[in-house]
Design a protein around this ligand. Structure first.
Ligand code: AGP
Length: 607
């Protein structure tokens, strides 16, 4: 939610700035802005509503003369306070036009601050960030670092801030609380960014700031401070897996990321699962099995919530441990009754989701057992507890999560199998599952080969305004995830139900123009779902089935997508992947912006 990118360097390099901003665009793309400062304090400021490309065109059109700008701050915005307008676009400016501020997060007490500052300063925007710019001016004591200490002492909320004093070129001050901020370095370039994506192709090393830490860039280097004390910390080298891949022949990152899934799976289990001996080797999982766990509760949002629910169905089938999955914002809205025998798992691709982060704070405060499963290395949630595993899905650029969902379910499965093996329970089941899972990448590759057929069907179904998505048991949360992907990517209204629930009300909507998508591969509940399909068919509703090739009732479906022959367990994965292709191709047929669906952001850092 909002991306910050800033740097200082000896060369004027506006192209680098625009590229860096593009890498952060998935954090928000309502508007974007930059401010550049020369050694002689010349200022360049540009803002544009819409994508970074709109800003890039404005920057390109500008006549750059011979001024050399060496200090840059930039921002891509996901609107929270105030509409999508140029006035609300960052950087925000103090009244004396000396201080420039970019911000990610929410200043919860901005109204009170604005009220008191209004006596002296007039405001041009509706944002909470402009309040920070005015605060910097009002508290300025001749030194930006000490001023920022005073500023943040007045703020309530979550923030990462980068601030420039236009009278002091070459210096940028960054500070953070609950929102991420990273500092990177290569030769004499120093960068600040909301996440590693903007830096990974530029910096050689980076440091992730802890809460309340301040980074000061000056003289081509940086120092980190905590309460005025210099923090000595070795910078980490940028790893290959943290770099963003080229798109290659794919038309979008979302498409590429779906086709990457077989390789991602191999990456997730690499060094963790020994398929030959059907065993799992992982220190973290060993540590987990030493804990006295009687229950597991997964806390997450969106696709990560569905990943938790899908796993929950597996887990309930095989385990003696009770498991549940809860939407993080609901966890926050309920009364928390701490349970010392429950392992609370926080599942998040970005590792920044505010609802998940806040839930984790509550659980940690009560000293309960916490565990994270996160994709983005070094993200806030991954730094909040010692015990956790990365989902190892590599960088996911598409705002719609795809490859990471599959990786998350995988990590959860790996965790359960490890627990089963260590506790000497269900050994044969656990070992059977391991050997079955080794076939998964092949099966997913087979499902992906159906792409052209799925594309044709997606074109056909793209004319509808509404859809139901149904499934039972494992396929109930699969239907939820498929429906989320359809909404998010194509903007077609879709709702998911347990197949058995349709007759309790929603069936009233079914008609010739209201299709139903149903997941019904062969398995325990096949026959019951067939009855539900008949109920839809009797009302003339078009039906698209994700089914097994040996389905004996193919005549009931208007159209079918056949899943590769597998066990029911593996068909959960192949079904999900096929539904991702369907949602992607629906969106393409409707000419949507697949990687950046409207109104959304990849990293949701507000509650
Ligand atoms: C998934 O396609 C969505 N973009 C969204 O629901 C996402 O899964 C949710 O915001 C949670 O994000 P997280 O996994 O980064 O916590």
């Amino acid at each position: 939610m909002c991306g910050i990118f800033a740097y200082t360097g000896t060369k004027d390099c506006r192209e680098m700035l625009v590229n860096g901003l593009r890498m952060l665009e998935y954090r928000g793309y309502d508007s974007a802005g930059i401010m550049a400062l020369s050694e002689e304090s010349d200022i360049f400021l540009e803002k544009a509503v819409g994508r970074v490309s709109a800003l890039a065109s404005k920057v390109d059109e500008k006549k750059w003369d011979s001024i050399k700008y060496t200090t840059w701050i930039a921002h891509t915005r996901w609107a929270t306070h105030g509409g999508v307008t140029v006035e609300n676009t960052h950087p925000h400016i103090s009244t004396n036009e000396r201080f420039y501020v970019v911000h990610n997060g929410i200043i919860e007490n901005y109204k009170e601050l604005k009220k008191s500052l209004s006596e002296k300063y007039s405001f041009y925007s509706q944002t909470d960030t402009e309040v920070v710019a005015k605060l910097v001016e009002s508290l300025y004591d001749g030194n930006l670092k000490s001023t920022m200490e005073k500023v943040v002492a007045k703020l309530v909320g979550a923030y990462s801030l980068a601030v420039v004093d236009s009278e002091n070129p070459g210096e940028i001050v960054g500070i953070k609380l609950w929102s991420p901020l990273i500092v990177g370095k290569s030769n004499d370039w120093v960068y600040i960014s909301s996440d590693i994506n903007a830096l990974s192709n530029l910096a050689e090393s980076f440091s992730i700031l802890e809460d309340n830490e301040m980074v000061v860039i000056e003289n081509g280097d940086y120092s980190i401070f905590m309460s005025w004390k210099k923090v000595e910390r070795d910078a980490e080298a940028v790893q290959e897996g943290q770099k963003i891949d080229e798109l290659g022949d794919f038309t979008s990152y979302t498409e590429k990321e779906i086709f990457d899934i077989p390789a991602v799976l191999e990456n997730v289990w690499s060094g963790r699962i020994d398929f030959k001996n059907k065993s799992i080797h992982n220190e973290t999982l060993d540590a987990l099995s030493d804990l006295d766990i009687e229950r597991i509760c997964i806390i997450s949002s969106g696709s990560s919530y569905y990943a938790g629910e899908i796993w929950n169905y597996f887990f309930r089938k095989f385990s003696w441990i009770q498991a549940s999955a809860i939407i993080s914002s609901e966890f926050l809205s309920d009364v928390f009754i701490p349970d010392s025998k429950t392992l609370y798992i926080f599942l998040s691709q970005s590792g920044e989701t505010a609802d998940v982060r806040e839930s984790m704070k509550i659980v940690k405060a009560k000293r309960c057992m916490t565990f994270w499963i996160v994709n983005v290395v070094g993200s806030t949630i991954a730094r909040m507890a010692d015990l956790g595993l990365y989902s190892h899905a590599w960088v996911e650029v598409g705002v719609a999560s795809t490859k990471n969902v599959i990786a998350q379910i995988w990590v959860l499965l790996m965790m359960s199998i490890s627990l089963w093996l260590k506790k000497d329970l269900q050994i044969s089941d656990a070992r059977e599952i391991i050997s079955e899972l080794s076939r998964l990448p092949d099966k997913i590759s087979q499902a992906l080969m159906q792409g052209p057929h799925i594309k044709k069907l997606a074109k056909k179904y793209s004319v509808y305004n509404d859809m139901f998505v149904l499934g039972r048991n494992y396929f109930y949360p699969v239907a939820g995830e498929a429906s989320l992907k359809i909404k998010e990517l194509s903007y077609i209204h879709s709702e998911s139900y347990s197949a058995g629930e349709l007759k309790h009300g929603p069936l009233a909507l079914v008609s010739e123009t209201f299709p139903t998508i149903v997941f019904n591969p062969m398995g325990k509940f096949y026959a019951k779902t067939i009855s539900n399909i008949q109920e839809v068919s009797a009302r003339k509703g078009p039906i698209l089935g994700f089914i097994s090739s040996n389905d004996t009732h193919k005549e009931l479906y208007t159209d079918t997508i056949e899943l590769p022959e597998t066990s029911e367990l593996l068909s959960v994965f192949t079904g999900l992947v096929s539904s991702y292709l369907f949602a992607l191709y629906l969106a393409e047929a409707l000419e949507r912006d697949v990687d950046k669906p409207r109104n959304l952001a990849k990293s949701v850092t507000v509650e």
